[in-house]
Design a protein around this ligand. Structure first.
Ligand SMILES: Nc1nc2c(c(=O)[nH]1)N[C@H]1C(S)=C(S)[C@@H](COP(=O)(O)OP(=O)(O)OC[C@H]3O[C@@H](n4cnc5c(=O)[nH]c(N)nc54)[C@H](O)[C@@H]3O)O[C@H]1N2
Ligand SMILES: Nc1nc2c(c(=O)[nH]1)N[C@H]1C(S)=C(S)[C@@H](COP(=O)(O)OP(=O)(O)OC[C@H]3O[C@@H](n4cnc5c(=O)[nH]c(N)nc54)[C@H](O)[C@@H]3O)O[C@H]1N2
Ligand code: SF4
Ligand SMILES: [Mo]
Length: 745
């Protein structure tokens, strides 16, 4: 007899994890609809979003990996044998054991990606196994902001945009119209409808910038100069919040001297933003209180210029008194539930393993010593940031260690929820490194190009097949999510299952008390005093938002709480950075030298709908909506190269060449912006085609060389790279044969 029921579950196409109601028949989800009773509570959000409708299709897509696969031919030959989970786990554990005996635990690296799932089980395994070598994208996503704000304010902040309270919004290198086109975008539109000042800093006139009162089309990578220019104007015109600065900020005099030379005309010369707009933006931001300031990947991916930009923006909020104020920002709290740092067990990570960190002592902040130094301050307020993510290894050093065996051999890699061949810099290097490994395991939903090179592909449970608990990695007292709708289809399992089973096989049984993912999540939520069922009913757990906390009196010490920094104040001049021999005030770093061979500036990776990084190119519906990888440029740039909308073009850097389709938009001249994450799952899933990943993959063009990365965090450069373009030669027989031509026709 067929069984039909409606169950409460969640979408997971993006980070919101909106509530869905799923119609389930015989253990399969046949249809879903939005559930407005749960977070984020607004029917209009899902009405605007088209992705959730495809959830049932993704669950049973013909390209999904449904059973454990073991490579039988040459690496990358596309020949696979279906094996059981038991066999896969036993063989992988045996191999890990023998590699550990030969090379030590640090020979194992892991690769993680964006916020697709819960990463602490992976970190927990790596802590117990003894390897510091998890790598991800933290250096260019999230960490610069988290670390710089912690240094400046003593702890991370969350921004607030409340159309009823906020009087000005400054959006810097962030484009929610494409990257967050639900709750946040909806709020921005509402804010802009009220006619309040909205300032957008972006080389491209994005849909967000089109709503702006003032658009500042900055030259890529010159952001710290622009930010220092705003500070110059605000200080010169005495628009700062004098009483807040006097009482709560440290180092104003030094800042004042420091910004004196960043006059609007100098700023115009460097950044290309008109001097009068620099003045206008500074006045709008300082004269409308409260003002909020959001930033995004535009400034997280500027190599050595990311930290100075974040520092200057943190200072901009401070001198205008926009810290811990309703409608602007608030200092977050540690979660009531188990924080990431405890779940990942990183405080018990032995000193000997920490010393194996692949950058040695070369990174001042994203390192164990940097972390411990920062913790000595955050602990003034009894707070601890997550450790493993903020100490993750620099990927460039890991790829090189795989190839060169220096500073020690890295022989094995487990990839979870990431696709490094498309999303890590320098595809050529990543490719050669992956090919050189003794063991490559990929936990995946789909046979991605990275998975095509694996020894084992393990099928994981995805959307609606596993419970969800999203927690901002334990930096805030907020969790959202809900239950799975069905048991995983076929032989798929949650990632947690893999880590626990491998852990048990390698002697970690005691540390994996929760048999299932669901039990583990429930246990982690328990300290908050809320049952899993209650949590799932609303999809949200949130502690109260409090403001002006620094003014309170600590009942234990009888002293004012202040900020968790050396001075107890917000550090405009950073004692912390001075102690670690870094710039105590934000100093812009030299940009890549101008090059006559590569006269244009390249942005790689601005977000676009409906895709998420390299995901979902399998979905016909999405491909129809967005069929090509665009290379965007201004009308003048296009004209200079004889290009039209829809022309095919090669974009070339010192690292390589990739093909795109021209799209003319309003943006800075002499800048090219290419989409990232493009591959073609309909092409052959084996060497040499590898799903078409050599055709229009933006990361063929990029590099993350450790030596030219930022010295504090290791941030590399995805924006502002020297490049050139060439119209594709359609008379060239060789190019005509190229698959890229077929795809882009
Ligand atoms: N040039 C350039 N490169 C960039 C960026 C850029 O702007 N420019 N942005 C960077 C940023 S900010 C990020 S966050 C990264 C994103 O990089 P990635 O996280 O590598 O992005 P995806 O391509 O979405 O890869 C995620 C993979 O995980 C799989 N997956 C989804 N859910 C699960 C799960 O629960 N378990 C497992 N095991 N797998 C799952 C998906 O099928 C997909 O193949 O890219 C970075 N790379
Ligand atoms: N649809 C979709 N949504 C996503 C993702 C996705 O892949 N697809 N990825 C998710 C992830 S992992 C992340 S991290 C977020 C990122 O979210 P956002 O930060 O909003 O993402 P981006 O579009 O990469 O970058 C924002 C803007 O920075 C601009 N920019 C480029 N170079 C510079 C520069 O030098 N200076 C300044 N000021 N601006 C510059 C770009 O033109 C772009 O418009 O989005 C998330 N949401
Ligand atoms: S906003 Fe994100 S989570 Fe919500 S329905 Fe759309 S894709 Fe799903
Ligand atoms: Mo990201």
């Amino acid at each position: 007899m067929s069984e039909h029921k409606t169950v409460v579950t969640n979408c997971r196409f993006c980070g919101y994890q909106c509530g869905l109601l799923a119609e389930v028949e015989n253990g399969k989800v046949i249809k879903v609809r939005p559930d407005p009773k749960r977070f984020p509570y607004d029917e209009r959000i899902q009405a605007r979003c088209h992705r959730w409708r495809l959830a049932p299709e993704v669950m049973d897509h013909p390209h999904r990996v449904n059973h454990p696969l073991k490579r039988v031919g040459e690496r990358g030959s596309g020949k696979w044998q279906r094996i059981s989970w038991e066999q896969a786990l036993d063989e992988i554990a045996d191999k890990l054991r023998s590699l550990k005996e030969t090379y030590g635990p640090e020979n194992l690296a892991t690769s993680i990606g964006g916020p697709h799932t819960t990463y602490w089980p992976l970190h927990r395994f790596m802590t117990l196994y003894g390897s510091p070598n998890n790598m991800g994208i933290g250096q260019i996503c999230w960490n610069p902001g988290i670390l710089v704000n912690s240094i400046t304010y003593g702890w991370p902040i969350e921004m607030e945009l409340d159309p009823a309270l906020t009087e000005c919004a400054l959006l810097w290198g962030v484009n929610p119209a494409e990257s967050d086109n639900s709750l946040f975008w909806h709020t921005i539109r509402e804010f802009s409808r009220q006619g309040k000042p909205l300032i957008v800093v972006d080389p491209r006139r994005t849909a967000t910038a089109r709503l702006a009162t003032l658009w500042l089309p900055v030259r890529p990578g010159t952001d710290p100069v622009l930010a220092l220019g705003l500070l110059h104007v605000i200080i010169k015109k005495k628009l700062y919040n004098n009483s807040f600065v006097e009482q709560w900020c440290y180092g104003f005099d030094k800042l004042q001297n420091h910004v004196a030379s960043y006059t609007p005309s100098y700023v115009e010369q460097v950044t290309g933003v008109a001097a009068e707009d620099v003045i206008k933006a500074a006045c709008l931001f300082a004269e409308n209180f409260p003002a909020t300031l959001y930033s995004g990947r535009g400034i997280d991916q500027l190599g050595p210029n990311s930290v100075p930009t974040h520092r200057a923006l943190a200072i901009l909020r401070a001198v205008t008194g926009n810290v811990d104020v309703p409608g602007a920002s608030y200092l977050t709290e540690m979660p009531d539930f188990s924080p990431e740092i405890d779940l990942e067990l990183s405080e018990q990570f032995p000193a000997e393993s920490r010393r194996k960190n692949i950058a040695g002592n070369r990174l001042l902040l994203q390192s164990y010593s940097g972390y411990e130094h920062l913790k000595s301050f955050t602990m003034k307020h009894n707070k601890r940031l997550p450790m493993r993510y903020l100490t993750s290894a620099h990927p460039n050093l890991i790829w090189r260690a795989m190839l060169e065996g220096k500073p020690y051999p890295v022989r094995s890699l487990i990839v979870m929820a990431s696709n490094p061949l498309l999303t890590q810099a320098d595809t050529n290097l990543v490719y050669r490194a992956l090919k050189s490994l003794d063991l490559l395991v990929v936990l995946e939903l789909f046979k991605t190009p990275t998975a095509m090179l694996a020894d084992y592909i393990l099928p994981v449970a995805g959307i609606m097949e596993r419970p969800l608990l999203e927690t901002n990695a334990g930096t805030a007292n907020i969790a959202y999510g809900g239950d799975q709708a069905v048991e995983p289809y076929y032989e798929r399992r949650p990632d947690y299952y893999f880590w626990r089973q491998i852990g048990i096989r390698l002697g970690q049984t005691k540390e994996w008390p929760w048999e299932t993912y669901s039990e583990a999540l429930q246990a982690s939520l328990k300290p908050a005093g809320i049952s899993w069922d209650d949590f799932c009913r609303t999809g949200l757990y949130m502690g109260p938002r409090q403001y002006f906390k620094y003014q309170e009196t600590d009942p234990r010490s009888g002293q004012t709480v202040g900020f968790a920094t050396a001075s107890g104040k917000i550090e405009l001049y950073s004692n912390f950075l001075e102690q670690i021999n870094a710039d105590a005030l934000p100093v812009p770093k030299p940009l890549p030298e101008e090059s006559s061979a590569y006269p244009l500036k390249l942005i790689t990776g601005a977000r676009f709908q409906p895709y998420y990084a390299s995901s979902y190119r399998q979905l016909k519906d999405f491909r129809q909506k967005h069929p090509h990888p665009w290379a965007e440029m201004s009308p003048a740039t296009a004209a200079k190269y004889g290009l039209k909308d829809g022309s095919r073009v090669w974009v070339e850097t010192e690292k390589g060449k990739a093909g795109f389709v021209v799209r003319i938009i309003e943006m800075r001249d002499d800048v090219i912006s290419v989409e990232y994450g493009w591959w073609y799952p309909e092409l052959e899933a084996a060497e040499p085609i590898l799903g078409g990943m050599w055709l229009s993959n933006a990361n063929i063009l990029t590099s993350a060389e450790f030596e030219s990365s930022d010295p504090l965090i290791g941030t590399w450069t995805y924006n502002g790279i020297n490049c050139r373009i060439a119209k594709e030669d359609t008379n060239n027989k060789h190019e005509e044969d190229n698959v890229v031509c077929c795809i882009m026709r």
